[in-house]
Design a protein around this ligand. Structure first.
Ligand SMILES: *Cc1c(COP(=O)(O)O)cnc(C)c1O
Length: 398
């Protein structure tokens, strides 16, 4: 044989699962939440039980809240830490900022943005949808026109179900040009701490996230950051919530107290994780997370997959597998290999699979995942030149 590529292809088949071998060392979460957590952060959870009213507990709450604002480079934004998940923080923002009968516009292009429209309807708001098909990005002017007379716009920055990063800056600019009083509540659940996010410049009133995504902490905390004007517009004693009354919660937390018992252990862990994220300039963090995700996308494309989103979020690589292989099959094969990925969300479980280095992961995690993805696709019968995915990932990381 004159060239080596066919020999390489013949030699480098997928590992034989029936052959005896030591268990894989590296079991890993590569799903877009919950994500890998730094051992030092997990160790925070193993301390003797702390008390949220003790001076240390109060100081930790204040520290975590300040760190959350610092990650946005927006000192005027006050953080509220909610015990719950990202959805709880979103619900708190909605019911605490939007009066009954107000008109709400929900911009949708995937599973999570659809949830916010469902939530607004559930609470009886006059809800209007502006939609794009899954995988596409929202058209800023179309969203702005829909929100011309609305009280509040609900929009998702990084749509984790499709892998699309919507142009939140352009959407907010267009919407506020036509409706300066509009409140924008943004689901930044997988963009906060991952993608470029400048709510002060962009005009975002409420930024929502959750601990188990970009902040690389175990699940259990919803994160809400409110602009100065949003703080002013919080409804005292909203009739649509008690536990999630953000007016009451913010007032308490600004003084170092939560009205209820907070998940104080998780707040210690969150603070430790934020310390790592804040150890470099935000631009460095964003660029590194984008490189890692570009490497995952490149690895998939090199192995015969196709990126789903027209404008990719750095939080998650959403890939259409080669013909004849389903998204569920890829996720199941990766699970056999110790890697917890996710298929698409209904009704697209078979259209795509989703992999991510959003949490505690570095470039060599991305490279390792590229190699495992090649093995998984080979085991499922995909045909491509072995090494092409890893080489593409490596090129994306340089
Ligand atoms: C994970 C996720 C949610 C849901 O957050 P929970 O923490 O599960 O409540 C909402 N939106 C996006 C974009 C997400 O990725």
């Amino acid at each position: 044989m004159s060239t080596s590529s066919t020999q390489v292809a013949a030699r480098a088949s997928a590992p034989d699962p029936s052959a005896p071998h030591l268990p894989l060392n590296r079991r890993r979460l590569i799903a877009p939440g919950p994500v890998e957590v730094e051992p030092r952060v997990l160790a925070e959870l193993a301390q003797p039980q702390m008390h949220h009213r003790a001076p240390d507990g109060v100081a930790k709450l204040m520290q975590a809240r300040a760190q959350l604002s610092e990650l946005l480079d927006a000192p005027g934004y006050e953080a509220v830490i909610v015990t719950g998940s990202g959805t709880a923080a979103f619900e708190g923002a909605l019911v605490s900022l939007v009066p009954g009968n107000a008109r709400v516009v929900s911009a949708q292009a995937g599973k999570f943005s659809e949830r916010w429209g469902d939530m607004a309807r559930h609470f009886g708001y006059d809800t209007q949808l502006v939609s794009r098909p899954w995988g596409e990005v929202l058209d800023p002017q179309e969203v702005a026109d829909a929100a011309r007379d609305a009280h509040t716009l609900l929009v998702t920055h990084s749509e984790t179900s499709t892998g699309a990063l919507h142009d939140l800056a352009a959407i907010a600019r267009a919407a506020k040009a036509q409706n300066p009083d509009l409140i924008i509540i943004a689901d930044c659940i997988t963009s906060y701490g991952v993608a470029e996010l400048r709510p002060e410049q962009w005009g975002i009133d409420a930024v929502v996230s959750g601990s188990q995504k970009g902040t690389a902490t175990p699940p259990g905390l919803g994160l809400l950051l409110l602009s100065p004007s949003a703080q002013e517009r919080l409804i005292p004693a909203t009739p649509r919530g008690f536990y999630l009354d953000m007016h009451r919660e913010l007032k308490g937390q600004m003084g170092g107290n939560t009205p209820q018992t907070p998940a104080i252990n998780l707040i210690y862990a969150l603070s430790a994780s934020l310390e790592r994220l804040l150890s470099v300039p935000r631009e460095v963090l964003w660029a590194e997370k984008k490189r890692q995700n570009d490497a995952l996308l490149a690895a998939g494309v090199g192995a015969g997959c196709r990126a789903w989103a027209s404008r990719s979020s750095p939080a998650v690589a959403v890939l259409c597998p080669p013909a004849g292989i389903s998204g569920r099959a890829v996720a199941a094969q990766l699970a056999v290999m110790g890697q917890r990925a996710l298929p698409g969300q209904a009704p697209h479980e078979d259209t795509v699979f989703r992999i991510s280095t959003m949490g505690y992961a570095d470039r060599y995690d991305a490279l390792g995942i590229a190699g495992i993805l090649e093995d998984a696709l080979t085991a499922l019968g995909a045909e491509f030149e072995r090494g092409a995915g890893v080489a593409a990932a490596w090129a994306a990381l340089k």
